[in-house]
Design a protein around this ligand. Structure first.
Ligand code: EPZ
Length: 429
């Protein structure tokens, strides 16, 4: 099992290039099956989640060709399998194939999604949306099946702001008869990017990025060429890595507007932020100051950036409070961080953090994607050596994470076994 071994203590300095947004890519890849014409997608991140989605799409009978590391060509005219069980068991976004195939073929089945274990993660709002459009949805033998004689536009009020439900309903409604209105819609950058993609295929979606999305169904969608937006969370992770290691990183190929809630917190914590058109530089020269953070749907502070800021606040002066309001089980990494010397008490959805002077290296395990990245940041600041196990979670959503960190001066290697860890320690003694 691959692990990262890290020697901490180096401030991260330099430039890093951000890739395409994983959570936009997953939805966009699924929606590429909604036309018989060819779709070309660029700036696609090469990560295990996006690769699993591509395999799942190929298993439907669609033609999938990687034309480069970050570009793919999909032609779905030969789809013959509408129930997908392979490749996507572990990826949450498998449910996007439900919206896509239901929209185009009026029938779809996927294994019930699991994904990162960060909470209950119900899909009732997806089902509510599909049902409102006229589909019958059944769950049997671990498969969620949706089918309809015809889909008809509807007025849907989401009970909770859900990225997945908003995107899934947009897909199905795009090929329904008549108009659909989604109220209390999610406004995340990848929701907007997804709507732009579908519109480039001939869909008629207005209002993405606001609470109310209006969709006029069309009979058919056509081929397109599309470039995915930069990954807000990958960028944010490097911003927090700069802050926690007292470094100076210029994060390139980003949309600074998408990072505002993170920049605002870093300024409160005493970092300097310099924005240009498509880059953000984070400079941290002194000990971070405490602050309070509450995760919220966009434009609030993202839940996917909660573990990373908790790690940084664990080193800040004073007491900080972090409240997780999206997923109820997203503090599991705190036990691991405590073994590195953090002083954090979790009560329900709140973490009370008493900043310590330093972390110390330890063997820890990544409980999920973002928490795994956060533990890497902690290890980069820590005194001595750390081993991060279960990096398969990190590789779901960060491309070349270790290489990008090495380019910023981090001492980190991906290793297979204890022998290689010993070698690393000797080399970096
Ligand atoms: C997306 O998950 C992302 N995943 C998550 O990123 C991200 O954490 C999350 O949005 C919030 O921003 C993908 O895009 C593939 P939600 P999603 O539906 O769509 C509740 C990462 O690390 N809810 O917006 O599954 C739900 O329990 C991952 O990259 C319902 O109650 O999240 C949660 O409390 C992890 N019923 C809240 O809504 C539903 O039917 C928001 O969830 C759907 C959701």
């Amino acid at each position: 099992m691959e692990k990262y071994v890290i020697k901490g203590g180096n401030p991260l300095v330099g430039e890093v290039e951000i890739g395409g947004a994983k959570n936009a890519a997953l939805a966009i890849l699924a929606a590429a099956t909604m036309t018989d014409e060819t779709v070309y997608i660029d700036n696609m991140p090469d990560e295990s989640d996006t690769n699993a989605m591509l395999q799942a799409i190929a298993s439907t009978g669609a033609f999938v060709e990687r034309t480069g590391r970050h570009s793919v060509k999909i032609n779905a005219s030969q789809i013959h399998n509408y129930t997908i069980e392979d490749y996507i068991k572990k990826i949450r976004a498998s449910y996007y194939l439900l919206g896509a195939l239901l929209g185009k073929y009026k029938q779809a089945g996927v294994v019930l999604p699991s994904g990162c274990n960060i909470g209950l993660r119900p899909i009732d709002q997806h089902i509510k949306g599909f049902t409102a459009l006229g589909a019958k949805v059944n769950i049997e033998h671990g498969i969620i099946d949706a089918r309809a004689q015809a889909l008809v536009g509807s007025h849907i009020y989401l009970d909770v702001v859900s990225v997945g439900a908003t995107i899934n309903i947009m897909m199905a409604a795009s090929m329904a008869e008549g108009k659909t209105i989604i109220e209390n819609a999610a406004k995340e950058p990848h929701v907007v990017d997804f709507a732009n993609f579908l519109n480039s295929m001939g869909a008629n979606i207005k209002g993405a990025g606001t609470d109310v999305i209006r969709i006029k169904g069309v009979e058919r969608l056509h081929g397109t060429e599309y470039t995915i937006i930069p990954d807000q969370i990958e960028a944010g992770t490097f911003m927090l890595a700069a802050a926690a290691t007292k470094g100076d990183i210029t994060i390139k190929n980003v949309i600074p507007k998408h990072l505002e809630s993170i920049s605002a917190k870093l300024i409160e914590m005493g970092c300097q932020i310099h924005e240009s058109d498509d880059a953000v530089r984070v400079v941290a020269t002194r000990r971070l100051q405490n602050t309070h953070v509450k995760t919220l749907p966009y434009p609030g502070y993202p839940t996917d950036m909660q573990p990373q800021i908790t790690v940084a606040l664990g080193l800040a002066s004073g007491i900080s409070i972090v409240t997780e309001s999206i997923f109820e089980n997203r503090f599991k990494y705190v036990d691991e961080l405590t073994r590195m010397g953090a002083s954090i008490k979790v009560e329900g959805s709140t973490a009370i953090i008493e900043g310590v002077d330093k972390y110390t290296g330890a063997v820890v395990s990544a409980p999920d994607l973002r928490a795994g990245a956060a533990l890497v940041i902690a290890a980069l600041t820590a005194e001595g050596y750390s081993t991060i196990e279960d990096i398969k979670y990190i590789e779901r959503g960060y491309e070349d994470f270790d290489q990008k960190l090495r380019d910023l001066g981090a001492i980190i290697e991906k290793v297979d076994d204890d022998k290689e860890i010993q070698k690393f320690k000797l080399k970096n003694a």
